[in-house]
Design a protein around this ligand. Structure first.
Ligand code: ACM
Length: 676
């Protein structure tokens, strides 16, 4: 009887371990069946590729072992030779797949784990790379050390194009930033790195054919061709395609600083230092423009092996074309419909060049025009409608509208955006099949190499799930719980979205760790591109080292308090009440500790009113809890005064929002309801 009971509890323990590990999976696999038992992960861990072993697979397995070793602290892969007959993890694939990651290749895999070992099977190398990432996410500490749960898992992506775009023009992103983000991308099964390599503020690639591009257009900050090859190989090893973007004919002031003869209006030009849409654009009427771009694209086509080549095409300012009698006359002679017709003419010429070099055009949705060849892919950023319009006209498309990471929206908002929803829902199945997936965009006006990771991750993981996992996976609380779990493991891949938070806050206080600043930061959320642009005149020369740059786009701790507040109202759990009271007390006391730090400190001085408001929120929260728990009703005029105060406090200040207002708002609304 005793033995039977023990068995039951072990079984239950095994299932618990499985569900705990599954709770950390992101993107959620298509099908997960938990079994009983677990596989120990210890110093004997070995991973072997039984079929389709090639250099890429061997490199993936050795990265895997190093990562598990780093996670568990157990030395691995050193000393003892791998027992190829009884590996912990056996990887098999039917075929290695294409040497370069390719759009539409079979990325599916299955993973079977029992106490005896794990087996990962895939059709191609791409599938095995994804399966290895799932295996790592399943590793968790158990009663007897690290383990993975027994499980049967079948998985494949919903969309074949799952991307992240990083702008390296507005702020320079050194190679290490790119590579660590590629590691994190692989961890959540993204497969396209869209590299926004040129814009008004910088031209970031070495051209041997036109060296003034990097000499006059980059402030000396650009990637050499050797570095580009290194990144392409780094990405290939992780199953990620690299799609370069050279934005033309607008967003080209850095090109024009180097080659002013390409401009519609005579120069000279200098590289841009401010943000927005500039007047200067390339001249689409002169043959010199096309000769230059032919030679340039020919050179870049060699450097970037992916068959897709992004020509930008967004926000082409028509001003100079409309003001030029010469350009207008050209448009009339060629029967072109104004500026949009001129851009369509330009795109048709560029399309022929791309075709010559074996590339397919992709561009932002402004390139959509009746004359655009059907093969061109449309990247929809101004709204989901252009995606559906493009598909209705026979173009393949990807969605970026709704996935702008630089707007610093909550993960839940991005998660609710689906490439096949909205106007795309009315497409025929054939048209809908043209929608390849999506890309999140990290524009770099308000990020530096120090802050960019924290503006991409962990929210990117939630978007990656939208691109990979079934459409009906929409539970926001589950998403947040798994995103927060994955956020921690992502840091072990090398990305620094959490690592820089503490040091940046310490720097604000002159290098001293200061808890009151951290409490204020934990309660705050940074504002995105639009509100920041309205708050202050920025240029590329202004350092991004203020409080707003350190604080996160979304506060995990405030979200937890908001949930605790809702639960407290629903069920009056003492634990939730205590948690709220403890946090409100800390906020209430924080300002008295913060103000002395801010004396004589210019970086902290601007935060004085914010800090005061946090303490007001703390005091208000405590008082509301008192009213909710007591027998005295709150006076109506008191509630009304708090409402006004809360409305004031929730307005952004010093480019951040005091997210801490949210749990207080939940409680105050309930108090107001009770009072009625
Ligand atoms: C864009 O955001 N201008 C594509």
């Amino acid at each position: 009887m005793l033995r039977f009971a023990l068995l039951i509890s072990l079984v239950a323990g095994g299932l618990q371990a499985a569900s705990a590990s599954v709770a950390a999976l992101m993107p959620m696999p298509l099908k997960v069946e938990s079994a009983t038992g677990q596989l120990a992960i210890d110093g004997t861990f070995t991973a072997v590729a039984a079929a389709c072993s090639d250099a890429r697979m061997e490199a993936a397995l050795s990265r895997l072992t190093a990562r598990i070793s780093r996670q568990t602290g157990i030395p691995m892969g050193i000393g003892q030779p791998a027992d190829a007959n009884r590996p912990t993890l056996r990887v098999e694939c039917v075929a290695a797949g294409s040497a370069l990651p390719a759009l539409g290749e079979d990325e599916s895999y299955t993973l079977d784990i029992s106490a005896d070992g794990a087996r990962l099977k895939a059709a191609t190398g791409a599938g095995t790379i994804h399966g290895l990432e799932t295996f790592v996410q399943l590793i968790a500490p158990g009663a007897d050390g690290f383990q993975v749960p027994a499980i049967h898992l079948e998985d494949k992506p919903r969309f074949p194009w799952r991307g992240l775009m990083i702008d390296v023009s507005r702020h320079w992103m050194p190679l290490a930033v790119v590579e660590r983000n590629l590691d994190a991308m692989a961890a959540v099964k993204l497969n396209v790195f869209h590299w926004h390599l040129s814009d008004d503020q910088g031209f970031r690639v070495e051209s041997k054919r036109y060296p003034r591009l990097q000499q006059a257009g980059s402030d000396g900050r650009y990637y050499t061709q050797q570095q580009i090859r290194e990144v392409v190989e780094y990405a290939r090893n992780r199953g990620i395609r690299v799609v370069p973007e050279f934005d033309i004919p607008g967003h080209t002031q850095s090109w024009l600083a180097a080659y002013p003869d390409l401009a519609s209006v005579p120069g000279p030009y200098t590289i841009g230092r401010t943000w927005g849409v500039y007047d200067p654009v390339m001249d689409p009427t002169i043959e010199a423009t096309y000769q230059f771009l032919d030679a340039f694209i020919g050179e870049m086509a060699q450097l970037f092996p992916d068959p897709f080549f992004h020509i930008g095409g967004d926000e082409v300012n028509p001003k100079e074309w409309n003001q030029s009698a010469r350009i207008k006359e050209f448009a009339q002679q060629h029967n072109l419909d104004g500026a949009h017709g001129l851009q369509a003419y330009f795109n048709q010429r560029i399309q022929k060049t791309l075709e010559k070099y074996g590339k397919t055009m992709i561009g932002w949705d402004e390139i959509l025009h009746p004359d655009l060849p059907a093969a061109a892919i449309i990247q929809s950023w101004r709204g989901a409608k252009s995606l559906a319009d493009a598909a209705a006209k026979g173009h393949r498309g990807i969605l970026s509208s709704g996935y702008y990471l630089d707007h610093l929206e909550p993960a839940s908002q991005h998660y609710s955006v689906d490439p096949l929803a909205g106007p795309a829902a009315d497409l025929t199945p054939q048209q809908a099949a043209l929608i390849l997936g999506g890309e999140a965009c990290m524009w770099a006006e308000y990020v530096s190499s120090e802050t960019v990771d924290s503006r991409i991750w962990p929210r990117m993981a939630a978007i990656a799930e939208r691109f990979w996992s079934p459409k009906d996976l929409t539970d926001v609380n589950s998403m947040y719980a798994r995103m927060e779990a994955v956020s921690r493991t992502l840091e072990w891949t090398g990305v620094e979205h959490r690592a820089n938070y503490g040091p940046m806050l310490d720097r604000l206080t002159g290098g001293q760790p200061a808890e009151p600043v951290r409490i204020l930061a934990d309660a705050s959320q940074g504002l995105g591109l639009g509100p920041r642009a309205r708050a202050r005149k920025y240029t590329s020369l202004i350092p991004l080292n203020r409080f707003v740059d350190a604080v996160r786009p979304e506060s995990e701790s405030v979200r937890r308090l908001e949930l605790a507040a809702a639960r407290f109202l629903a069920s009056h759990e003492a634990g939730d009440g205590a948690l709220l009271r403890e946090q409100f007390t800390r906020w209430a006391a924080n300002d008295a500790l913060f103000q002395p730090l801010a004396e004589g400190n210019a970086l902290l001085a601007e935060l004085k009113p914010l800090s005061k408001d946090l303490s007001i929120l703390g005091g208000m929260g405590l008082k509301i809890l008192d009213y909710l728990g007591g027998s005295q009703p709150a006076p109506a005029d008191w509630i009304s005064a708090q409402n006004q105060e809360l409305t004031r406090i929730q307005r952004p200040n010093v480019e951040v929002t005091l997210a801490a207002f949210r749990p207080v708002r939940v409680l105050l609304d309930e108090l107001a309801r009770k009072g009625r």
